[in-house]
Design a protein around this ligand. Structure first.
Ligand code: NAP
Length: 597
């Protein structure tokens, strides 16, 4: 057991390093698909769940396994489908309008998948044919090798995300790895009953499939949070099942540690992610909920959970305590997220993604399943890296995000900073057409308001019209514009904007002084010059898009209200700046119509 644990730990650490190496090479353009891809891959917890649901351990284990199969298969199907939907949208200019040979490729690839699965099935059938125990052992060996191949395919899948060109192919390999692991697991020697497995897989596929195919791109953050909660719930349920099962035969301290970590991390991630999804969907109040002594209470609660867990490691038979820590962990996840504002949820989601990875890896340790240790480690690394990236781009620390009740503080500051700071000039769409007549270059700066207004198609149509008039159009994408990493990239890809027109902040900033117009569509904080000039501003130090250096600035938003950070934007008082007030989609439609006429 100890040797197995050591090997598991080595695998966990090495997979983490490998994950770091692969994931740091994924461009911000594909950060949203990365989130859903790791989500789909971490659905590998399905294979552990299949064994628990299908083995004849106990009625309780079967029920918990069935629920876990349903949750995990929802993640697998939904995760791969939505990732593919997103990746399909990323095209370069010369690929626009050209039907890529994906159709044909897909057919060949599906054929290859079918043949390989058939070969795998035949092999395992043959190895498991009625006969000697050696055949069962051979089948188990075949299964282990199929897991190794699946792990390689997952890593290649993530590596594919380092370029939009290879991303879909990479995800195809990862999906193939997943199918192989699942089909192989169905022949696991301990599985004796397929009824609950079949029902769980069917429900999970229907729910995941409809989510993956139907969910609008603007709802991707909440879908991601929801699937983290499902994955974590699956890990927690399997942990409970394994605890009850092993309790009867005796639990050693290693097993108890891994089960304890699995249920604690799984349970807190479950309620935390559910809260995050509720806040993002608007089902729960988005503002931070705070009270006196909140942080101290939360830290005490966490310390109690850890102390109880340590006690359980030495006295695993204290089953009442075990169920108490499950309850406390569920409560902790809930309390951890309520003081965080809805706008900070993307960082929280990425962090919960990383916790979900840890829960998955712990499940791998409990079941001594190496592929789960690998995917858990990859998922954990990806979530952690993304949250760090977001914090860096916002110039804030993870501690500030988790414990700072940011939205609340900023709302108060916004109230104080609400008074007018100078003269603001406004412009109508008709007046803007006159200005457009004499320009040669435009940089479009999309932000969260574009997502709210669903104005991405209007932006794309306007850009096409301007390009047709010989005007050079570029898009400036700030790493934290919108409400999740890569948010703007996905929305613009959905509106058929070629990704080679999208420039990162570092690439575009030198172009601003040459730009005749910087057209800001629903962006605010990411353009605020106070981040460069005003040491007392909460935004000071955050890298921004240097819109203020353009020859003229047009801002499309509804009012002078601040954005996420609650800070007044100095840009609006710049003599070069003109405000086109109104909903971004409507303003763009009016501008388009005025330009056409
Ligand atoms: P922002 O600063 O939040 O500003 C968005 C602006 O959109 C608002 O000022 C709002 O002004 C406008 N707006 C809302 N609805 C609109 C509509 N229908 N039509 C036109 N305008 C509309 O957005 P941002 O510049 O994209 O900056 C993102 C912020 O989110 C940053 O502070 C960043 O740190 C934070 N954040 C981002 C991430 C991420 O991963 N992307 C993660 C966490 C936090 P009106 O109300 O006046 O219209």
């Amino acid at each position: 057991m100890t040797t197995e644990l050591e090997i598991g730990l080595y695998i966990f650490i090495l997979a983490g390093f490998l994950g770091y190496h692969v994931i740091t090479r994924i461009p911000p353009l594909l950060h949203t698909p990365l989130m859903s891809a790791t989500n789909a891959i971490s659905g590998i917890s399905l294979i552990g769940s299949l064994v628990v649901a299908g083995a004849n351990y106990s009625r309780l284990s079967t029920v918990l396994g069935f629920l876990a199969v349903t949750c995990s298969s929802t993640n697998v199907v939904g995760g791969f489908l939505i990732t593919d939907r997103m990746l399909k949208m990323f095209k370069r200019k010369q690929e626009m309008g050209i039907q890529r040979r994906w159709h044909q490729l897909n057919r060949q690839q599906w054929l290859a998948i079918s043949v390989l699965i058939a070969v795998l099935l035949l092999l395992i059938f043959w190895l498991r044919r009625p006969g000697t125990a050696t055949n069962v052992a051979d089948a188990a060996t075949a299964l282990r090798y199929s897991y190794i191949v699946s792990a390689v395919l997952f890593i290649l899948g993530l590596k594919g995300l380092s370029s939009p060109k290879y991303a879909r192919r990479g995800m195809f390999l990862a999906a193939f790895g997943m199918v192989m692991a699942i089909v192989g697991t169905l022949f696991h020697p301990e599985i004796v009953n397929y009824r609950w497995i079949t029902i769980g897989l069917a429900i999970g596929s229907i729910v995941g499939g409809s989510m993956g195919l139907r969910i609008p791109m603007t709802a991707v953050p909440q879908r991601t949070a929801l699937s983290h909660s499902l994955g974590a719930l699956a890990a927690s349920l399997i942990g409970i099942s394994e605890y009850v099962r092993h309790l009867a035969v005796g639990l050693d301290s290693v097993k108890m540690t891994t089960i304890g970590l699995e249920v604690v991390i799984g349970s807190l991630t479950f309620t935390g992610s559910l809260m995050a999804a509720g806040k993002l969907q608007g089902l729960l109040p988005g503002a931070p909920i705070t009270y006196r002594g909140q942080n101290i209470f939360n830290i005490t609660l966490l310390a109690t959970v850890i102390a109880t867990l340590i006690y359980l490691v030495f006295v695993p038979s204290a089953s009442t305590l075990f169920f108490i820590i499950v309850g406390l962990a569920l409560l902790f996840g809930f309390l951890l997220v309520i003081p965080i504002g809805a706008a900070d949820m993307p960082v929280v989601i990425a962090l919960l993604n990383s916790y979900g990875g840890l829960a998955d890896a712990s499940m791998g340790f409990v079941l001594m399943n190496k592929i789960q240790i690998i995917t858990g480690s990859l998922d954990g690394t990806s979530g952690f890296l993304l949250s760090l990236l977001m914090c860096r781009a916002m110039n804030r620390s993870a501690i500030n995000v988790l414990f700072g009740a940011f939205g609340k503080v900023q709302e108060e500051e916004a109230g104080a900073a609400g008074e007018a700071k100078g003269t603001v000039r406004s412009i109508t769409p008709e007046e803007l057409t006159v200005l457009v007549d004499s320009i040669r270059s435009v940089i479009i700066v999309p932000g969260y308001g574009m997502a709210v207004a669903q104005a991405q198609h209007g932006v794309s149509e306007l850009a096409k019209l301007l390009s047709a008039r010989g005007i050079d159009v570029k898009y400036a994408i700030h790493p934290v514009a919108g409400r999740m990493p890569g948010h703007m990239n996905v929305l613009l890809a959905e509106a058929n904007v070629p990704y080679d027109q999208l420039y990162t902040m570092e690439q575009i900033n030198p172009y601003f002084p040459e730009a005749d117009i910087a057209l800001v569509v629903g962006a605010n904080d990411v353009t605020n010059p106070a981040a460069k000039n005003n040491k007392s501003s909460p935004l000071y130090g955050m890298p921004i898009l240097e819109v203020d250096r353009a020859k003229s600035i047009i801002v499309l938003k509804r009012s002078l209200r601040p954005g996420f950070a609650g800070v007044d934007n100095e840009l609006y008082y710049d003599p070069k700046c003109m405000m086109l007030f109104g909903d971004a989609k409507e303003s763009l439609n009016q501008l388009f119509a005025a330009l056409k006429s």
